[in-house]
Design a protein around this ligand. Structure first.
Ligand code: SF4
Length: 453
């Protein structure tokens, strides 16, 4: 963190006189106070903290903090949201954000894959797993972290299933920072501070008690947590601390800041918006599986993003990935897109018989507006006429594999979303010279026949 960031604007990151909503003695209060102390020790401006909470009692935490960015997410998904936030900050912004997840043991189990994946990627996210051994908010049911013998709502005679070792799983997922602590530990503030300070993925499993559902049933107090850890063989303290892993974003962004990289593909840096397109355009492309409909839509969308537009893309295909239809819905506009569905497509492109069948089955033909343009490959044997229908030899001109990309290139130029040269360059980077040559040849042929405006 640069010197310029080292100015503190609040004495506490918690709201003034916070009223903790938790039951008396709940470990969550202790954890949040220590998180506040750790942030204070780091003196991170509140605007540079993103707090992501999960479902459960701990999910009430975001309302208690005065940090600017808080996100309350669905069951187990907090780490996935945090991963996205951290990556966006690392790749597209100033890399100042510290993203912190607050999740319970229930959420950690529901979202275990998100934890594993964030550790594998090594994103700058700190996860505090508040493990009180039960699903507190829903009535004290056991989780996969409930110790053997523990009495819960679902194990009234004592849990007979051994718990998983969460820290062990994260260690084996290459997490660079893993620790286990007690909510009552004096050193917890320092452990949280260290975890947040590291530029790597960090997870602390914090053992605490749900006083409502765990303490009384199991006759446990805060002072019993250490014994509980010992009985279960749970190592306390720092378990992993390594500095040899590269953060994931370093694979995407070279240090000159001029361009963005994604697994070897080169995407031009985002340009200031030019917005030749004045209103949001809804494009539906329906073709066949294996004919690069969705990957072409992705390349087209990336180019539009690079031109400063807002873009959304939704894909659809049958459960069988390699047969039947393949469809992409793309929305592009000069303003943020707050509603991603396309009610009436501005452009419906039907590239194959599979695409036609799906367009009919999914009701796209009925949703055409009076101004909707329809592009239909001329070899599809259907009887359809419309005011703005264009039957073109798309498959013959571009070849089946590059029909979607060719059609989208035509649209990109027509609606002045990007130049032909930029689109062709993106195709070359994404798919190689053969694809770019096929699209250029097809485009030139269609232009010669005045099919391309
Ligand atoms: S139910 Fe349990 S976890 Fe929830 S606030 Fe009460 S003590 Fe805390």
């Amino acid at each position: 963190m640069s010197q310029a960031n080292l100015h503190i604007v609040r004495e506490t990151y918690l709201r003034e006189k916070p009223v903790f909503p938790f039951c008396k003695g709940c470990g969550h209060t202790l954890v949040l106070r220590k998180l506040d102390e750790a942030l204070d020790a780091l003196q991170i401006p509140p605007r540079d903290v993103a707090l992501v909470t999960d479902i459960g009692c701990i999910g009430l935490a975001d309302a208690l903090f005065a940090t600017i960015h808080t996100v309350h997410t669905t069951h187990g998904r907090s780490t996935a949201f945090a991963t996205g936030i951290a990556l966006a900050d690392s790749v597209l912004a100033e890399r100042r954000l510290k993203t912190i997840v607050l999740i319970g043991d229930g959420g950690a189990m529901i979202g275990l894959q998100h934890l594993v994946h964030a550790a594998m990627l090594n994103v700058d996210v700190t996860v505090l797993v508040c493990n009180n051994f039960v699903y507190g908010m829903t009535g004290g049911q056991g989780s996969s972290l409930t110790p053997e013998g523990f009495i819960t709502a679902t194990t009234p005679n004592g849990n007979v299933v051994p718990p998983i070792d969460l820290c062990g799983i994260l260690k084996n997922s290459h997490a660079p920072f893993v620790a286990r602590a007690l909510a009552t530990d004096r050193s917890l503030t320092e452990t949280i501070r260290e975890a947040i300070a590291t530029p790597n993925f960090a997870l602390i499993e914090i053992l605490e008690l749900c006083t409502e559902y765990a303490s009384r049933r199991n006759r446990l107090g805060g002072s019993d947590l250490r014994d509980l850890a010992e009985q279960n063989g749970w190592q306390l303290g720092q378990i992993v601390k390594r500095t040899d892993r590269q953060p994931y974003f370093s694979r995407m962004v070279p240090t000159n800041g001029q361009e963005h990289r994604w697994e070897g593909r080169r995407i031009e840096a985002i340009q200031p918006p030019t917005h030749a397109l004045r209103k949001t355009l809804g494009v539906v492309v329906a073709g066949s599986a294996g004919e690069r409909v969705q990957s072409s839509a992705a390349v087209f969308s990336e180019v539009a993003l690079g031109e400063g537009y807002s873009v959304t893309q939704k894909n659809d295909n049958p459960v069988t990935q390699g047969t039947g239809f393949s469809l992409s819905e793309i929305k592009i506009g000069p303003e943020p897109i707050l509603y991603t569905a396309i009610e009436h497509p501005d452009v419906l492109a039907i590239l194959s018989a599979d695409g036609w069948r799906e367009a009919v089955a999914a009701g796209w033909m009925e949703r055409l507006g009076s101004d909707s343009e329809v592009f239909l490959d001329e070899d599809i044997p259907v009887d359809f006429n419309g005011a703005h229908l264009k039957r073109l030899p798309l498959r013959r001109m571009f070849g089946a594999e590059w029909t979607a990309m060719g059609l989208l290139t035509m649209l990109g130029v027509k609606y002045r979303i990007a130049s032909f040269v930029d689109l062709l360059q993106a195709i070359r980077v994404a798919f190689g010279d053969r694809a770019a040559d096929a699209v250029k040849t097809g485009y030139d042929e269609l232009k010669k026949n005045e099919a391309v405006s």
